[in-house]
Design a protein around this ligand. Structure first.
Ligand SMILES: Cc1cc2nc3c(=O)[nH]c(=O)nc-3n(C[C@H](O)[C@H](O)[C@H](O)COP(=O)(O)O)c2cc1C
Length: 225
């Protein structure tokens, strides 16, 4: 592999990060089709390509956002896949590290519960992005195929990054799965794993002024000779 190819790829990986504020500029339809076509090249178990993806834009995003807030105000959470967000040990430490980085950039104190809640609620505004993708897994598929959706999502995010676009994968967008299915007329056999907001980064917003840390290589990877 040539050095320039490797360094271009390293740049794409490095550029990708979770962006939590977008401009209202919509992505050109042809570019939209390009990035989703590239994501189709993601690998999957037996090439089953189990991802079913609903892409919403513009007014449809705003309508869904209104419905989400309505549901959450009524404390109506419904998830196809259980999620508590509670981690232990080293995973809890890393979770705290990410939250400290993000809230630090936004100047939110640790005990500012109201401020943090407001920041959390922005998930359901798609962080103002004009586009979002909802990633569904057909029922009867399990953990292995869920991993395929993860690979699909990363391929999509890298393609977005390579084209100067930004994204944020969001478990939060699966918190009212029935609303998404109903509004988009999606069959009940499709289970919502997570969503993703994407578009052009708002470079002025403090939420985007941070970079999450990573564990040392030897904490996660062991080499055996
Ligand atoms: C499947 C998945 C779900 C996520 N859900 C959320 C979410 O609901 N809200 C959010 O703000 N970030 C969410 N994130 C972003 C993570 O917090 C982020 O990837 C992590 O802190 C590493 O930071 P980076 O993506 O900027 O490198 C999610 C990431 C993944 C992969």
């Amino acid at each position: 592999m040539s050095d320039s190819r490797a360094s271009a790829f390293a740049q794409v990986i490095d550029d990708r990060r979770s962006v939590r504020a977008f401009t209202d500029q919509q992505i050109d339809r042809r570019l939209l089709e390009t990035v989703f076509s590239q994501a189709q090249r993601a690998p999957s178990n037996c090439n089953t390509q189990p991802w079913q993806v609903a892409v919403v834009s513009g007014e449809q995003c705003r309508k869904l956002s209104g419905l989400f807030h309505e549901q959450l105000q009524n404390n109506h959470y419904q998830m196809d896949f259980p999620y508590t967000g509670e981690y232990k040990g080293v995973h809890r430490d890393r979770q705290i590290g990410a939250a400290t980085t993000l809230y630090g950039a936004m100047d939110l104190e640790r005990n500012d519960k109201a401020g943090r809640h407001q920041a959390f609620l922005r998930n359901f505004d798609f962080f103002d992005a004009p586009h979002a993708a909802f990633l569904f897994l057909p029922e009867h598929f399990g953990l292995r195929e869920a991993a395929d959706l993860g690979m699909y999502a990363q391929t999509l995010m890298l393609s977005l990054s390579a084209h100067g676009l930004a994204s944020c994968p969001q478990t939060a967008l699966s918190f009212t799965c029935d609303t998404v299915r109903q509004e988009l007329n999606i069959d009940n056999s499709m289970r919502l794993l997570f969503g993703m907001s994407f578009g052009y980064e708002d470079k002025q917003h403090p939420a985007n002024n941070c970079r999450t840390p990573r564990a040392e290589l030897n904490e996660c990877v062991q080499f055996f000779d």
